[in-house]
Design a binder for this molecule. Structure first.
Ligand SMILES: Cc1cc2nc3c(=O)[nH]c(=O)nc-3n(C[C@H](O)[C@H](O)[C@H](O)COP(=O)(O)OP(=O)(O)OC[C@H]3O[C@@H](n4cnc5c(N)ncnc54)[C@H](O)[C@@H]3O)c2cc1C
Length: 382
C-alpha cells in the first residue's frame, strides 16, 4: 500500500492541536490530525468544563495583543460552530496591592489602556458579598474576563477541521517522527505517514515527543474541585458572581468560577500552582481526602459559602517551562517542524490565536503576531 501523504500533519488533538488543524484546513491545506485518545478527552489539559479568560494579564503585558486577537477569534469560533464557548462574567483579581495578581493585572491594564476598576476591601464586600477580603486585600475588576468551555471548544475545532477536509485519527498514538530535506515522516502503531511539514502540540507528553527541543519542562498534577455552596447557589450564579483569582500567603493563588451547570454542577475552585510533579502515563487520578480538606480550609476564611459539600474532583496536568511562559515556534533543529508546548497552566484562553500562529509558522515560517516571549532559545530564569 502506498504511504499516505499530506501537506501538514498535526500531532495532538487537544486544545492547541485541534485549533491548528482547523486553521490549517481553513487555509486549504490537506491536514492529518493524530491523537492518542478520543475526541475532547479528559486525560490531558483541556477538560473540566471551564477555563478562565482575561485580558489584564498579570503574567506579562506582552500577552495582551495576543489576548485581544484571541477574543476576536473566540467570537468567530462561536459563530462558525454555532456553539456557546465564551461567557463574560467579569473577573476579580485579588490580594495585597503589591501582589503579582493585583499589581501585575494593573500593569497590563494601564500599559494597554484596558478598562478596569480597582476596588478596596469594603467595595469588594459591598459588590460581591460572598468574598471576605482582609483589610489589606484589594481587587482589580475586569468586565471582559469570563469563562471558556474547553471540551466544547475542542469539539468545535475538530468539527470545523473535519468539515474542511482534515483527516482526524483518534486512538492512534504517534511512536516516532523525523524530518529531512524533503518533508517529515510520522510513525504510529498502525501506519507511517509523510507530509511537507509537521506541527507538534503534545501537551504533557512534550518531554517525550520534544526531548530535543532543549527546554526543560515539568509536568504537574493539578486538581479541580467542585463544591455545593452552603446556603444554595443563587449568590454564585454567573450573572452575580465573577470568576476570581485570589493571591494569599506568598505564592498561593486560589481561583474559582460561578455555578455554571445548575444545582448539581456546583462551584469549581482550584489552586493555581502547588501541583506535584507527575508522569502523564502514571498520574494518580484519584482525589485524596486531605487535598479536599486543604482547599476547603483555605476557602473557609475567604469564600466561606463556597466550601459546602464536596461534590467531585478531577485531575488535570500543567506542563511548565522554567519561566512559565509558553513555547510557540519553529523547531530550532528542524525547519519543517513547528511546536507549541509548555503552556504552564494558563494556555487555554490562547487556543484560537495559537492555532492561527501555528498555521502562519507552518506555512510561511513567520507570523505577524508578537511571539518573541515564546522562543525556545530565550534565557529562562527558574
Ligand atoms: C486544572 C487546570 C486548570 C487550568 N485553567 C486554565 C484557565 O483557567 N485558563 C487558561 O487559559 N488555561 C488554563 N489551563 C491551562 C490550559 O488548559 C492548557 O494550557 C491547555 O489546555 C493546553 O493545551 P494543549 O493542547 O497544549 O494540551 P492538551 O489539550 O493536553 O493536548 C495535547 C494532546 O496531545 C496528545 N498527544 C500527546 N502525545 C501524543 C502522541 N504521542 N500521539 C498522539 N497524540 C498525542 C494528547 O493526548 C492530548 O490530546 C488549565 C489547565 C489545568 C490542568
Amino acid at each position: 500500500m502506498a504511504m499516505e501523504s499530506y501537506d501538514v500533519i498535526v500531532i495532538g488533538m487537544g486544545g492547541m492541536g485541534s485549533s491548528a488543524a482547523y486553521h490549517l484546513a481553513a487555509r486549504g491545506q490537506r491536514v492529518l490530525g493524530l491523537e492518542q485518545f478520543g475526541p475532547a478527552h479528559d486525560k490531558g489539559a483541556s477538560h473540566g468544563g471551564s477555563r478562565i479568560t482575561r485580558q489584564s494579564y498579570f503574567e506579562d503585558p506582552a500577552y495582551v495583543p495576543l489576548l485581544l486577537r484571541t477574543y476576536e477569534l473566540w467570537e468567530k469560533l462561536e459563530r462558525d460552530s454555532g456553539r456557546d464557548l465564551m461567557t463574560l462574567t467579569g473577573g476579580l483579581f485579588m490580594g495585597p496591592a503589591d501582589s503579582l495578581t493585583v499589581a501585575g493585572s494593573r500593569r497590563s491594564s494601564e500599559q494597554w489602556g484596558l478598562t478596569h476598576e480597582v476596588l478596596d476591601a469594603a467595595e469588594i464586600r459591598r459588590r460581591f458579598p460572598v468574598f471576605r477580603p482582609g483589610p489589606d486585600d484589594v481587587a482589580l475588576f475586569e468586565a471582559k474576563a469570563g469563562i471558556l468551555r474547553p471540551e466544547a471548544a475542542v469539539e468545535a475545532n475538530l468539527t470545523l477541521a473535519a468539515r474542511l477536509g482534515a483527516q482526524l485519527r483518534f486512538h492512534e498514538p504517534v511512536e516516532a517522527w523525523s524530518a529531512d530535506g524533503d518533508g517529515v515522516t510520522v510513525r504510529t502503531g498502525v501506519a507511517t505517514y509523510r507530509a511537507g511539514s509537521l506541527v507538534i502540540c503534545p501537551g504533557a507528553w512534550a518531554p517525550r515527543l520534544l526531548a530535543d527541543l532543549g527546554v526543560p519542562m515539568t509536568v504537574e498534577r493539578q486538581v479541580q474541585f467542585w463544591f455545593a455552596p452552603e446556603g444554595g447557589i443563587e449568590p454564585f450564579l454567573p450573572d452575580r458572581q465573577p470568576i476570581f483569582i485570589w493571591e494569599g500567603p506568598p505564592g498561593t493563588q486560589v481561583y474559582g468560577f460561578p455555578a455554571l451547570d445548575g444545582p448539581d454542577g456546583g462551584v469549581k475552585v482550584a489552586f493555581f500552582r502547588r501541583g506535584e510533579v507527575t508522569d502523564p502515563d502514571a498520574i494518580d487520578r484519584s482525589i485524596r481526602p486531605e487535598e479536599v480538606a486543604f482547599i476547603a480550609e483555605h476557602l473557609r476564611t475567604r469564600v466561606p459559602a463556597a466550601a459546602g459539600r464536596f461534590l467531585r474532583g478531577k485531575t488535570c496536568m500543567y506542563t511548565n517551562t522554567p519561566d512559565e511562559h509558553f513555547v510557540v515556534a519553529r523547531h530550532p533543529g528542524h525547519e519543517r517542524v513547528t511546536v507549541a508546548c509548555g503552556f504552564s497552566g494558563h494556555g487555554f484562553k490562547f487556543v484560537p490565536v495559537v492555532g492561527e500562529i501555528l498555521a502562519d509558522l507552518a506555512l510561511t515560517g513567520a507570523t505577524s503576531h508578537p511571539i518573541a516571549l515564546f522562543d525556545p532559545g530565550r534565557p529562562m530564569r527558574g
